[in-house]
Design a protein around this ligand. Sequence first.
Ligand code: BGC
Length: 732
Amino acid sequence: MRQLTEAQKKRIEEILSRMTLEEKIGQMNQESPSIVGGFDVPFSELIEMLTDGRLSKEEFGKIMSTSQQDYHEDDIRAGRVGSLMVQDPAKVNELQKIAVEESRLGIPLIFGLDVIHGFKTVFPIAIAEAGTFDPDLMRKTARMAARESKAAGVSWHFAPMLDIARDARWGRVSEGPGEDPCLASAFATAKVTGLQEGESPDDPYVAACLKHYIGYGACESGRDYNTVNMAMHVFYNHYLKPFKAAVDTGAQTVMAAFNDLNGIPCTVNKFLLRDILKEKLGLPGFVVSDANAIRECINHGIAADDFDAGVQAALAGMDMDMGTGIYKNQLQKAVEEGKVPMEVIDEAARRILSVKMWLGLFDHPYVDEASMHQYDVLPQEHLDLALEAAERSIVLLKNEGDILPLAPSAKISVIGSLADQPEEVVGAWALSWRKEDCVSLWSGIQKEFANAKYFPCGGPEGGLNEEEITEAAAYGDVIVAVLGETIAMSGEASSRADITLPGKQRQILEKLLESGKPVVLVLMNGRPLALEWEDAHVPAIVEAWHLGIRMGDAVARVLCGKKNPEGRLSSSFPAMTGQCPVYYNHPNTGRPASKSKFTSRYLDAPLDSLYPFGYGLSYTSFDFSNLNVRDQGDVLMIGVEVKNTGERAGTTTAQLYTQDVAASLVRPVKELKRFAKVTLEAGEIMRVYFELPKNELGFFDNEGNYRLEEGLFRIYVGQNSRECLMAEIWEK
Ligand code: BGC
């Protein structure tokens, strides 16, 4: 991956040597456009009023349309801003011109934005895309997002989100690659490569910002922003792994998480930021705080006031302040009083300048405003990739009696308010899409099925319309029920204490099933749901997540069989909420769950998840046999025979897991080590091989030392984390 040249490094030092303290601190300050005028209360209160219902969406919209934005032009001119969140190319150029032409040293701004799963072309949310188990696809979608955002002048993505998440109550499970460190690391590498590396010398690239460092996904009881307590071996082996993979790939920047880790907020955590991230992993660029997080250290009860919070953050290695203005207002005094050494400021400024240099912003600060027009109508290649990613992310959870695929001539009742809302396909954290590009399920279904009819019946937010349910049950030979969550029910600040289908959607299903007609449940949601009841009663279930702009087409093509589903779950689905957190790679206990009472189990819940990590069905079936492990010295060569035993071509994902049977620390019952997608014609057989270096059988201890211990290991290969063949080896 692209590195700074010696000449560029020299140029950075030369600029640094001419900067005043105030200008260096200015680089450490990131601003968002703030809303001014038009109302009498502070903007933050306005948002609260909207959230708690004192203000309706309409009233809020009216106020916003008459308000003005402050882009901090005077501060930019004075060299007091290093970065801004803007995505309009004309605005980018206007502000950049002030920085480059009117500030004393002409240092360009870096424009950053949340481009989590696509920019104009919105792809599936990360939890869904990770389930493709296809790193090259993940790379391609990131590549396309980088090209599109760069055309708008946005060269810094607050992505990929790499939080391992095992508690589906947490709303932000939607934004990340799921519960497994190995899959998350593959995702991390693919995303960083896609964002930061062009396919040709003039292919645009952007800087990645890995987030949220670290442990955010382990927030207690899945409640957003909550405290995180974690054994250090879990930190090293699980949560740090994808961040390490991403930094090893060359990721330029990192965003610290809101939460505390074992008592110290990540924002001011020197061990995390300096010792691990910068020194051990070798992050080349800089660390930015999460929004408002430096000030939140006062709420954490770890800082007395703004000044104290700013000092602690700077000393810990936090290079850029997102949005509080604390660095801008407090750091100069902190340096003058000797609380923050000048080297700390120099280091932060150097790191920020180095990313700007790495991006080429010193030589090419402006964006060609016309270049965004190439996306006024999305190019076919973009639409095709959006369709491919969406189709391949769909997970078939159940298909009793082979109800699916449906004949194109079938008389279908499509129900559920989500089915006809194009804006509901994009998922949480999509900021730059256009409604006209979004294909709702209802519009996708109409393209593939001639005899489909739509009956809203109700949805996640509303009640249920008895009359429409009766009509729907009467019309269709089969009912496609599109139910789930609105996009506002997952993402940030969207934890749920009950992750069953929200609202009256289960009653809708009950009534539809009473009709005796076959029901296909298509789920739109941003997290694993607790589907025990649905699994017991509904014959076919399709997990369709929030799949991006081509969602409707993708789902319709799966329903009619043009696309054979191949997606897998990147997160286990609990049977019921009370099982959360539930994840396949949990540690051994002294009393593994079994039917016997005195084991690690609930009296009133199944022993295991409902659908395990790695699970997903196909319209064909596969058989795995003849697992064989060959010792080749430093590596194990693991082979397995995969046969397509059904009647049509299909794709499965062969998954290799290991288990350290006796170690000096309690280890997971199984850990994913490798995976491979296998596409076979009906009846075709293929032998699949995995090469596993023996040193990958080790683990980190609580001090962060990597240990390779002798003893018995189990090797598992299967189609998901539960159903596997097993072999044993003895390693010395
Ligand atoms: C989120 C981050 C995001 C940032 C900037 C925060 O609220 O936690 O994920 O990047 O806002 O929009």
